[in-house]
Ligand binder design. Structure first.
Ligand code: ADP
Ligand code: MG
Length: 549
């Protein structure tokens, strides 16, 4: 099949062993793969969702119910499966939470599109209908959203608790503690941007972890925690009211300078040469101590001789700091990152109430804390087992994302499947005014969204179809518009009253990614793979992912 005919002559276009799927066959395969990927993570949705255990080739174990993590760790091969993973990653990057939902909805949109294709509806009409439905969904969501601000502590805590709710990381008490830490972090780094809008740069909330201790030891640091040790044993281990210099400089004699060939013919000459080097290093240290800094963080290396002089001057030095940590230190302490020692002055220094090296689970770490109104903070996660520590770190990523989305956007909606049912109702109403093939696609979109309440019902052991029927009828009445699934009591209930709330932005992003990704996948009518041999059992040339259902 990898050849063309022109005037009776055959031309090879694709390399030997290349595979190609065309038209319906390509679409069917892609839909099956997309749906299969979504099915894998479907059972993890919500607080009653299950975890997945993933074992890497090297035997590393990850236990999680975080959609993005599961998909990433699965190492999928098929190109469509990779697109599904990308959806989760984008969701993770943009808003931090809602990854599982985004992927499950995409899978359902694909499956329903498959049914429409079987009825002879062309992909273009399906995609158009899906896009129309997306528009209506976004409008509907915005119309049912309520306001939230950075001072609404109760609501922020609800949002945090709901985001953490689906993570298996300990008791409600633990989750409350983590929620409080996350809210504190968000508030601390929040700044007012243009037109008074609140901006939160999540990059400046560092989540550092070290296994050992217990979850209760998890702490908030008004500053930065650096996973390094103080470079020389002769330096002080702790410094109060630290004056901090951040140096993107090597405190070493550059290799290029010493590479030049030097003819040394006598011991005196050798000594002179070494003295010269030592003098240069000493001068560097003098420049540092002249600036009045008492602690330095150096992005590059520090020569032994320089370390010696620094210790003599009573200066704490930490070397080989990551660039990202340098930026965090700058935001936390107010220090300017200096690229040449000649530029270093006292006004470039930052401040921390305490810089101290502490031994944590047998390893030294440097705490830069008690900063004044730092715009960069750290949550230091402790827990007995590595698996839990890792999952807490991932959970914090979700909570911080959810809180940031809520505060920046200023809107929240109700969860527990309530919003999906509300949108689906609206979509079915609007579909009747549209008619034609797009109408069917809009209805298919509505059905797809209802996978969320269905999956939540299943996770709680409720009958998904019956629950959905109850929810739909409840939503037709005025007092029923926030009804969703109370997964703890196995009944339908008012989610606003129950405090099951989520940021609007997370849901908007999930809907947008799901619509775009399903559209992109449906547009493909030709899969050409030049990667050679086909995997056993799988579709030709598309390795892996044979388990579509
Ligand atoms: P995601 O990766 O999509 O965030 P989660 O596993 O966190 O997946 O589950 C999120 C879903 O669970 C949302 O639909 C949310 O409304 C729902 N949910 C979370 N907490 C509750 C709760 N206490 N009761 C009902 N539904 C909940
Ligand atoms: Mg979540």
């Amino acid at each position: 099949m990898a050849e063309n005919q022109l005037g009776g002559q055959q031309y090879l276009i694709l390399p030997e062993g290349a595979n190609r799927l065309i038209g319906k066959e390509a679409q069917r395969t892609n839909i099956a793969v997309g749906y299969a990927v979504a099915s894998i993570i479907r059972t993890t949705l919500g607080p009653k969702g299950m975890d997945k255990m993933l074992v890497s080739e090297l035997g590393d174990i990850v236990i999680t119910n975080d959609g993005a993590t599961i998909l990433e760790e699965m190492n999928v091969e098929h190109p469509i499966a990779k697109i599904m993973v990308e959806i989760a990653k984008t969701q993770d990057k943009e808003v931090g939470d809602g990854t599982t939902s985004a992927v499950i909805i995409t899978g359902e949109l694909l499956k329903n599109a498959g049914n429409l294709l079987d009825q002879g509806i062309p992909p273009a009409a399906i995609i158009k209908g899906y896009e129309m439905a997306q528009g209506v969904s976004i409008e509907t969501l915005k119309s049912i959203a309520s306001p939230i601000s950075i001072t609404d502590d109760d609501k922020l805590e609800r949002i945090a608790m709901i985001s953490l709710g689906s993570k298996n990381i300990g008791t409600d008490e633990t989750k409350k503690t983590l929620s409080k830490l996350a809210i504190q972090a968000i508030k601390q780094v929040a700044t007012k941007g243009e037109n008074g809008k609140i901006v939160i740069d999540r990059d400046f909330i560092k989540v550092e972890k070290k296994e050992g201790g217990s979850i209760e030891n998890t702490e908030f640091i008004n500053g930065v925690l650096i996973d390094k040790e103080i470079s020389h044993p002769g330096m002080p281990r702790s410094k109060k009211d630290a004056k901090i210099a951040l140096l993107d400089v090597a405190l070493e004699i550059e290799k290029t300078e010493t590479d030049a060939r030097i003819e040394i013919t006598s011991p005196e000459q050798m000594q002179a040469f070494l003295n010269q080097e030592e003098k240069m290093l000493k001068t560097m240290v003098e420049k540092i101590s002249n600036s009045k800094s008492t602690v330095i963080f150096v992005q590059k290396g520090i020569d032994d001789v320089a370390q010696h002089y620094l210790s003599k001057a009573g200066i704490i030095a930490v070397r080989r700091i990551k660039k990202s940590d340098m930026e965090k230190l700058s935001k936390a302490t107010g220090a300017k990152i200096i690229t040449s020692l000649d530029d270093l002055t006292e006004s470039d220094l930052g401040y921390a109430g305490l810089v101290e090296e502490r031994k944590i689970s047998g390893e030294q770490m440097v705490f830069v804390e008690k900063c004044k109104d730092p715009k960069s903070v750290t949550i230091f996660v402790r827990s007995g087992a590595k698996q839990t520590t890792d999952e807490i770190q991932r959970a914090l990523n979700d909570v911080l994302g959810a809180l940031t989305s809520a505060v920046e956007d200023g809107k929240y909606i109700t969860g527990g499947g309530s919003e999906e049912v509300a949108i689906a109702l609206k979509l079915r109403e609007s579909a009747t005014n549209i008619g034609g093939r797009e109408q069917l696609a809009i209805q298919a979109f509505a059905d797809a969204l209802e996978v969320i309440p269905k999956a939540l019902a299943e996770s709680a052991g409720m009958d998904p179809i019956e629950t959905l029927v109850q929810l739909r009828s409840k939503h037709k009445s005025a007092e029923g518009k926030y009804y969703g699934i109370d997964v703890y009591k196995n009944v339908i209930a008012d989610m606003e009253k129950l405090g099951v709330i989520e940021p609007l932005k997370v849901k908007l992003q999930a809907l947008t990614s799901a619509t775009e990704a399903s559209g992109a996948i449906l547009r493909i009518d030709d899969m050409i793979s030049s990667r050679g041999k086909s995997g056993a059992g799988g579709p030709p040339g598309m390795p892996g992912m044979g388990e579509s259902d």
